[in-house]
Design a protein around this ligand. Structure first.
Ligand SMILES: [Zn+2]
Length: 396
């Protein structure tokens, strides 16, 4: 079954006959991105530890920019540099997406949220900055990213009570202000961000209201912030049940391999997370069985690559023993090599997921993945078993 629509970011594709998984193509102004897709997170126009050219070489076609960091630089300079794509100095096939209010949670200690917007102090010069919905869209319009995110009122996912409800309603009002402020709706796709915390009533209300707006895509926000996995997957599946089938669904802040596989089964198309790059900085390399802590003694004389099946530049050139030595000498090249591999791992995982959906064998892929990751499906986390069962993929 295939779907099509005329909106700039229209997606169409194949559905897993069993679960809610889908393989789509996201048509963006600068090209097409196959989904499900993992988007690495960048700051200051480049990836921490990896250049844009290297990302491109790994087959990465979409990554996150960062409004807050880029936005505190003069917007006119960014415009002169040709928008975000020019700033990244990569070819036009490369897409960027800006994270709007995404990192407000990490800023909450220093910020103040009012109906006007989010007020905070610039880490560059201490100046007070008001990030309003209009300002956030203006910055993203100047950056020229293919996808931009509404400014939302983010509260901690473990918070309960009236503040969660207030943030949900305010996010709807801010969505309307962002839609009105978008000067380039034909070239830049504004995504709404579903809020509502862990309360099914609030989240349903937010879904009902936001899906009335004709936005090109929807993000599921306010999760992955310390809530239980049971609460997490139930909010994800509730959201995908109510989101329009013909528009992309972006689950924010999710990047663990098991979570990616389960949330694709629950019907999500796009993901982002700092995890693969952050964990690389601790010498942790991602592999199909979990991870390798390369600083451990057991790797000192291990002359295999991180993953023999991986085609990334790190695995083609370096051994676990070499990386072990580099990590122990605090060589920053080691962090770079592991980061490159971890991004390659995420991209390859998403490719494998997508191929299995297209070939109508996604349920088998999920079972094989869990078997490899946990040794035995009996050791697979209970929440994942339950979530997969709910969409018709029993593990045993
Ligand atoms: Zn590799």
């Amino acid at each position: 079954r295939c779907h099509g629509s005329g909106t700039p970011s229209a997606s169409y594709g194949c559905h897993c006959g069993r679960s809610k998984a889908r393989a789509c193509e996201l048509r963006l102004p600068h090209g097409t991105v196959a989904t499900p897709v993992f988007m690495p997170v960048g700051t200051q126009g480049t990836m921490k530890g990896v250049t844009a050219a290297q990302l491109d070489g790994l087959g990465c076609r979409i990554c996150l920019g960062n409004t807050y960091h880029l936005g505190t630089r003069p917007v006119s300079l960014i415009q002169k540099a040709g928008g975000c794509i020019g700033l990244l100095n990569v070819n036009r096939e490369y897409h960027s997406q800006d994270s709007g209010g995404f990192q407000m949670v990490s800023l909450l200690a220093l910020s103040e949220v009012t109906e006007e917007g989010v007020r905070f102090h610039s880490p560059y010069d201490g100046a007070e900055i008001l990030l309003s919905p209009e300002k956030s869209v203006e910055i993203q319009n100047a950056l020229g990213s293919d996808i931009m995110m509404q400014l939302d009122d983010v509260v901690s996912s473990t918070l309960t009570g009236s503040r969660v409800e207030e943030a949900m309603h305010r996010s709807i009002r801010w969505l309307d202000r962002c839609i009105s402020a978008n000067r380039r709706p034909d070239q830049q796709n504004l995504f709404a961000i579903i809020q509502g915390g862990l309360d099914p009533v609030l989240r349903s209300k937010c879904l009902e209201e936001m899906t009335k707006r004709d936005v090109p895509g929807f993000a599921i926000g306010g999760l992955s912030g310390g809530e239980s996995k049971e609460q997490f997957w139930k909010m994800v599946t509730l959201s995908t049940d109510h989101l329009p089938r013909e528009k992309p669904r972006y689950l924010m802040g999710v990047g663990y391999a098991t979570d990616l596989v389960v949330c694709v089964a629950l019907g999500c198309d796009m993901f982002d997370c700092v995890f693969p790059t952050r964990t690389a900085r601790f010498g942790s390399a991602l592999v199909p069985t979990g991870n390798l802590q390369l600083k451990k003694k057991q790797f000192a004389k291990d002359f295999r690559p991180i993953d023999e099946a991986c085609m990334c530049p790190t695995c083609q050139r370096h051994t676990r023993a070499f990386l072990h030595v580099l990590l122990h000498s605090n060589n920053t090249a080691a962090l770079h090599h592991v980061t490159v591999h971890n991004i390659a791992y995420q991209l390859r995982l998403m490719d494998a997921i997508r191929t299995s959906i297209v070939e109508h064998r996604f349920p088998d892929f999920v079972r094989d993945f869990m078997k490899t990751m946990y040794g035995d499906v009996g050791r697979c986390p209970g929440w994942a078993v339950e979530a997969l069962q709910s969409v018709g993929i029993p593990l045993s």
